[in-house]
Design a protein around this ligand. Structure first.
Ligand code: AHR
Length: 496
């Protein structure tokens, strides 16, 4: 069957917040140490201890926002351990992740410098689970207060006279689990208390983010919205895609067709989760003042054989690229509420865009999707309608093709297309309506692979890489397109 797609270029339906393309970094495995931080004396080229290659690669994909220091680590983190001369900083055991000694060499100053280098917004997660109101309040004062105060003075003594700008601040992480195993009623009260002392100093206006539900815990969302929505700017949601269960998650490579299929089917569940959570939000906040931030999402597989199980290091294949592509389409559709998302995690942990090994660095298939899709950042979502074939396996069905279209500030239209089938190509007819200009110049880029688990390695870093896409034909206002099996494609349309 020919998949029929109708795109209404004259019907924008919302703005795709660039922060949907955000990232997450935690003191976990080799994300912070090795991934970003190598120290000033490292032979790996760095600026003030932060590796240059990783910064350059992330700037290229226009990273808009970076969340730190966790994750579960956030509710064990005491920020004062990570300031001052590095040789004097306290060592601690990272009990949650691998029991390694954390030397606190990467702390507040290093993180905010990293964000400056990346030209992205910092998103800090504060400690509710094992921290105090005073500790959280002083952290905000330390980072953002411009005037006479104990914390501003301490910051100055540590070499940073001027305060930083910090817009995004999370009040706890997964407080239903690793962040304190709380009941929603209890956390809602704690949230109200803690956030009171997350102050806005001068013109630094903090966007306060409450810890939201785990996956489909609609009761958590209900209680938080009912009891605390007036005190928050946004609430988070965490959902990971596992082909199996928590005991046997499934392999990142060397998997079967059934694993391919179930992974994509489970990734598509994000749509239902957001729909149901936002329905609850709509009841309490019909003006949609409170944003939904999916600040942990992505694939979670068994760790690479031979690696520390507490480090969550996994390979990344064309399957991950498709999970990323279709998840972005879901976020776009919900852009009236979803104002940010942070894939877990940026380097060397879970669905990373970058993997490192010593001085070597590779870009994963997921990186290439972020690169190809960066054109959607801050663009207007265009109304589109897709009638697609089913992709069937063993009696189960999902839509074969996923589509999203946007128009950027220059008027350029981008259409991103995911073909989820592991074996069949897809013929599409795209009916473009409401275009201004009679002549349309079309170009395209695709990411495809020969096998379901095709990935990049340190020996073959470009095994899965984008290439020019030419399998399209323009007939009047229709575009006929032939997508390769298991591929992500972006078309660019310039109407003159
Ligand atoms: O990203 C890994 C972990 O997953 C985070 O620390 C935690 O918030 C979540 O459970």
């Amino acid at each position: 069957m020919v998949n029929q797609i109708t795109i209404h270029a004259d019907q924008p339906t919302g703005t795709i917040n660039r922060n949907i393309y955000g990232h997450f970094s935690e003191h976990l495995g080799r994300c912070i140490y090795e991934g970003f931080w190598v120290g000033e004396d490292s032979p790996i080229p760095n600026t003030a201890g932060i590796r240059n290659d990783v910064v350059k690669a992330l700037k290229h994909i226009k990273i808009p926002v970076l969340r730190w220091p966790g994750g579960c680590f956030a509710d064990e983190y005491h920020w004062k351990d990570g300031i001052g001369p590095r040789e004097n900083r306290k060592q601690m055991v990272n009990t949650h992740w691998g029991g390694l000694v954390e030397n606190n060499h990467f702390g507040t100053h290093e993180f905010l410098l990293l964000c400056e280098m990346l030209e992205c917004e910092p998103y800090i997660s504060g400690n509710v689970g094992s921290g105090t109101v005073q500790e959280m309040s002083e952290w905000v004062e330390y980072m953002t207060f411009d005037g006479v105060s104990p914390m501003a003075e301490l910051r100055s003594e540590n070499g940073q006279d001027k305060p930083w700008k910090v817009k995004y601040f999370g009040v706890g992480n997964e407080n239903w689990g690793c962040g304190g195993n709380m009941r929603p009623e209890y956390y809602a009260d704690l949230y109200r208390q803690f956030q009171t002392y997350v102050r806005n100093y001068g013109d630094n206006k903090i966007h306060k983010i409450a810890c939201g539900p785990n996956v489909d815990d609609y009761q958590w969302m209900e209680v938080l919205m009912a009891n605390a929505h007036r005190h928050m700017d946004a609430i988070s949601l965490h959902y990971y895609t596992l082909p199996g269960d928590w005991a046997n998650k499934g392999a990142a490579t060397g998997f079967e067709e059934s694993d391919w299929f179930i992974t994509l089917k489970k990734a598509l569940w994000m749509d239902e989760l957001i729909t149901k959570h936002t329905t609850i939000m709509d009841r309490h906040d019909p003006e949609k003042r409170v944003g939904l931030i999916v600040d942990e999402w992505g694939t979670w597989f068994d760790v690479e054989p031979g690696t520390n199980p507490g480090f969550l290091y996994q390979q990344n294949t064309i399957r991950d690229a498709l999970v990323a592509g279709l998840t972005f389409h879901i976020f776009h559709e919900h852009c009236d509420r979803v104002e940010m998302a942070n894939i877990a995690q940026v380097v060397n942990v879970l669905q990373s865009v970058i993997l490192t090994e010593g001085e070597k660095m590779i870009l994963t298939p997921t990186y290439h999707v972020f690169d190809m899709y960066k054109v959607h950042q801050d663009a207007e979502l265009l109304y589109s309608h897709t009638v697609t074939a089913d992709y069937e396996l063993d009696g189960n069905k999902i839509p074969q093709v996923s589509v999203s279209a946007s128009r950027d500030k220059q008027g350029v239209i981008h259409i991103s297309l995911c073909n989820l089938s592991h074996q069949d190509g897809a013929d599409l007819n795209i009916d473009l309506r409401g275009l201004t200009g009679s002549n349309v110049k079309i170009s395209g880029t695709e990411l495809k692979a020969a096998t379901m688990d095709a990935h990049n390695t340190f020996d073959q870093p470009d095994n899965v890489a984008p290439s020019e896409f030419t399998a399209f034909k323009q007939i009047g206002t229709d575009i006929q397109v032939k997508l390769a099996p298991m591929s992500v494609t972006v078309l660019e349309l310039i109407a003159e």
